[in-house]
Design a binder for this molecule. Structure first.
Ligand code: PYC
Length: 311
């Protein structure tokens, strides 16, 4: 029997499963090299942690690994139901809450190393976690594509720690009863976008008016494995802020409240990283709650010990 200890939490409704003990060593090298090693062994080492029967499509895994940079509290590699991802905003909030739950950190500043850069976090006494994300930017504005069954769609391609295609004119109300339709639409958009010159984009973000008057906007984010983000998506919010900054639609330091499809929120803002190139440093604040302390058990005889990978 192999045993792996995990702590589950949710951030604004989106689950994170932090691997805290028992997982194989990812070896030496940079976080990007360790991420590549985990990606190569995804079906053996990672899928089993997040996928059924021990998990579900929606869980994002956070594999703790020692940081290379001595200023960092930990390194972390994020992965979902289909593979590794660059950064994860809700996941980072979940990691900080989990480390606090384990007594490994106390309120204050904690830097965390990811394969795409170091993020600076701050844990407040009330449990709120603020994440200063990696520099984010809009790579292409108003990219038009032809989507079979939908027609012409236009959106921005932006980096917020992952690659996003951000679409405003999608014709749907961003409301929970429409989640199936939104999923189908976003999945089609992704297929067309990947085929029409943007294979790097693996997250689709549909944006629209907020439901709550205190929020600035609502989003629906479809993740690489076809699960939708219950949270407002930290990296998606970062990519959106980069587009707003590039359009002059949000000033440096101005508050932006991003609402998710389930109505949960992150409070965000940005500072310029390089005004000339349009690069910003986004800041995302939210809370995570620990939901379980679990030992996953893998029996050699269990035919589904490596997880059921649906896609
Ligand atoms: O919060 O950045 C995020 C995220 C990415 C995928 C799911 N959540």
């Amino acid at each position: 029997m192999q045993r792996i200890e995990v702590i589950d939490s949710h951030t604004a409704g989106e689950p994170t499963r932090v691997v805290v003990a028992g997982a194989p060593d990812l070896g030496p090298g940079t976080l990007a090299e360790r991420r590549d090693r985990l990606a190569a062994r995804f079906d053996v080492d990672a899928s089993r942690i997040v996928n059924e029967p021990r998990g579900s499509d929606v869980i994002v895994g956070a594999w703790l690994t020692p940081a290379v940079d001595a200023s960092c509290t930990t390194g972390v590699i994020y992965f979902d139901n289909v593979g590794v991802i660059g950064m994860c905003g809700h996941g980072t909030i979940g990691v900080v809450a989990t480390l606090a739950h384990l007594g490994r950190i106390t309120p204050g500043a904690h830097r965390i190393e990811t394969p795409v850069g170091i993020v600076a976090t701050r844990l407040a006494a009330d449990g709120t976690v603020t994440v200063e994300n990696v520099p984010s930017h809009r790579a292409h504005a108003a990219v038009a594509i032809d989507v079979p069954g939908i027609g012409r769609v236009s959106g921005d391609v932006a980096w917020g720690g992952n690659w996003f295609y951000i679409v405003a004119g999608h014709g749907h109300e961003l409301a929970a009863p429409n989640i199936e339709a939104l999923t189908a639409q976003a999945w089609r958009i992704r297929g067309a976008l990947n085929a029409q010159g943007h294979p790097e984009v693996d997250h689709i973000e549909l944006v629209g008016p907020a439901a709550h008057p205190a929020a600035s906007s609502r989003n629906f984010v479809l993740c690489p494995g076809k699960a939708y983000d219950r949270s407002p998506c930290g990296t998606g919010t970062s990519a959106r802020l980069a587009c707003l900054a590039a359009d002059g639609a949000l000033a440096e330091g101005e508050r932006w409240v991003q609402e998710s499809i389930i109505g949960s929120t992150f409070v965000a803002s940005y500072r310029w990283h390089d005004r000339r190139t349009g690069s910003i440093v986004p800041s995302i604040a939210g809370r995570a709650f620990v939901t379980a302390e679990t030992t996953l058990v893998f029996d050699e005889l269990d035919p589904y010990r490596q997880g059921i990978r649906a896609r």
